[in-house]
Structures are given as structure tokens and as C-alpha cells.
Design a protein around this ligand. Structure first.
Ligand code: SAH
Length: 260
């Protein structure tokens, strides 16, 4: 990523032939190959740029996409609420453009695994291309299956299940047996009606505890001498994150149900 003195940034892929064409001159990318991160470089018209690797979030917001994505602010908090960490085996569906997959891969690390169920082959191709262009997967920690998750889950011993599709409640019947007891399911939904239906259906099974729905609002601040104030623009809405934790439910026969 090339940063200019006005705070603008330009994402490029280094190659021997290409240049970044800026209205203040061209930057030859070959001159950056092999240089340290943070290297400063001048364009043909003398404009100074700083070269750094993009953060995962910089990359995800600019990579090609054909679907809505889980925004970095939501992906970050989802890792907290669903308690996703190194070594976890996480099932994700759908995979879409691979934005959340990249965040999950980073969270589970090379000892963990992300298994993605995606029903559309063109999305699998796009996600793989986005993930590999960032170097996001490490040997063996990503498995994508072309499958409709509404038809069932073929994987077992999952630590976490993360859903970003229109009717996440359709997946609930398949979780016992696939998700280990104590494991978390998370559903990302743009509409609160979807979140509500997911919560009600999860509760009705009596197999979940710690059912919570949250949204993330982030307000940046502008700090420049005495002008110290919140940014005027912010992202007002992306999606809601609902999480729930699967338990070993007592068998229906043995359950003591107290009258309301
Ligand atoms: N979380 C992704 C975006 C997912 S968009 C990201 O951050 O990039 C929703 C995806 O779910 C689409 O690709 C769609 O094809 C897929 N999908 C919808 N219903 C599905 C189902 N029943 N089984 C598998 N994938 C499904």
C-alpha cells in the first residue's frame, strides 16, 4: 500500500513491469521489490509515498467482492463474542467473498482449521483467489466445500460455527452432533428480524445458553491541533451478531419442567 502525504492510500500488487499512476507522477513498483516496509519512494514528479503492507482490514475493504461482507469491525467483535481462538476448528457458511474467512483463518492460526460451506462455485473461486492473494491460508488450515448447509453438516467435532446467510435458523437442527457441547454458534444478520427469529428458534430448542445479540458502532476521531472532535461521518449500520452456546441438553423424558 502506498500512502501519500494527504493520508490517501493506494493498494498495488508489486510487479516488475507495473507502475502506480498518480496525478502527481508515476511510482515504479520494481523499485520497491526487496525493500523494507516503511520505505519512502518518490514519484516521477517528486511526490513522496510511503510503502507498507496493508492491514488485513485495508485489504478486505478493497478486495474484489460479489457479496456483502462481514465488516472488519464486526469480525473483530465476533471473535470475542463467539470466543474464537488459536487451534479452533470453525465451520463457516456461506463463504461469499472470503472476508470473514480471512479473519477466521488469522484467529485459528496454523493449528486450527476453517471449513467453509458455500453453495455457489463462483463464490468459492472468488474467495480462494482473495484469500490466496493476501497469503491468508496456511498449509491445511482451510477447507472449502461446495455444499448447501441447509441440507446438513458432514463435519463433526467443531468448536465453533459461524453463519452469514439469509436464514441461519435453518442450520440449528444440524448443530447437535456437529458442534461440540460448550461450543458457540454465531449468526451475522443485516436485519434485526432475522436476529430475532434465530434467537427465538435457538431458545425454543432449550439447547443453548448465553444467547446474546449485539451490534458494533465505531466512531473515529479527528485530531488536528485544536480541532479535536468526532469524525463527521460514520458507518451507521452493517449487521447484528447473535451468539449462543450449545449445551448437553438433558433428555426430554428426564427433564424437570417447572410450571411458569
Ligand atoms: N461472510 C462472507 C459473505 C457471505 S454472503 C464474507 O465476509 O465475505 C452469503 C453467502 O452465503 C453467499 O455466497 C451465498 O451463496 C451463500 N449461501 C447462502 N445460502 C447458503 C446455503 N444454504 N448454503 C451454503 N451457502 C449459502
Amino acid at each position: 500500500m502506498l500512502l501519500d502525504p494527504d493520508g490517501k492510500s493506494f493498494m498495488v500488487r508489486l510487479s516488475e513491469q507495473d507502475s502506480l499512476h498518480h496525478h502527481k507522477g508515476a511510482v515504479r513498483l520494481v523499485d520497491l521489490i526487496g525493500q523494507a516496509e516503511g520505505t519512502e519512494i518518490r514519484s516521477t514528479q517528486g511526490r513522496l509515498f510511503t510503502a507498507v503492507r496493508p492491514r488485513l482490514m485495508d485489504y478486505v475493504l478493497r478486495m474484489p467482492r460479489k457479496s456483502g461482507i462481514v465488516y472488519p469491525k464486526d469480525a473483530a467483535q465476533l471473535m470475542n463474542w463467539a470466543d474464537i481462538g488459536p487451534g479452533h476448528r470453525v465451520l463457516e457458511s456461506g463463504v461469499g467473498s472470503g472476508a470473514l474467512t480471512l479473519a477466521l483463518l488469522r484467529a485459528v492460526g496454523e493449528r486450527g482449521q476453517v471449513i467453509g460451506y458455500e453453495q455457489r462455485a463462483d463464490f468459492i473461486e472468488l474467495a480462494l483467489s482473495n484469500i490466496h492473494a493476501f497469503g491468508g491460508a496456511q498449509a491445511g488450515n482451510l477447507l472449502l466445500r461446495e455444499r448447501d448447509i441447509y441440507e446438513g453438516i458432514v463435519d463433526t467435532e467443531l468448536d465453533r460455527v459461524v453463519l452469514d446467510l439469509a436464514e441461519p435458523w435453518q442450520v440449528l437442527p444440524y448443530l447437535p452432533g456437529a458442534l461440540r457441547p460448550g461450543g458457540w454458534v454465531a449468526a451475522y444478520t443485516p436485519s434485526i428480524i432475522q436476529a430475532s427469529q434465530f434467537v427465538e428458534e435457538a431458545r425454543a430448542t432449550r439447547k443453548y445458553v448465553q444467547v446474546e445479540t449485539h451490534e458494533v458502532l465505531i466512531r473515529g476521531w479527528h485530531i488536528d491541533a485544536v480541532a479535536v472532535r468526532p469524525e463527521q461521518h460514520m458507518v451507521g449500520h452493517t449487521g447484528f451478531v447473535t451468539v449462543a452456546r450449545l449445551i448437553c441438553a438433558a433428555s426430554e423424558a428426564g427433564r424437570q419442567v417447572r410450571p411458569a
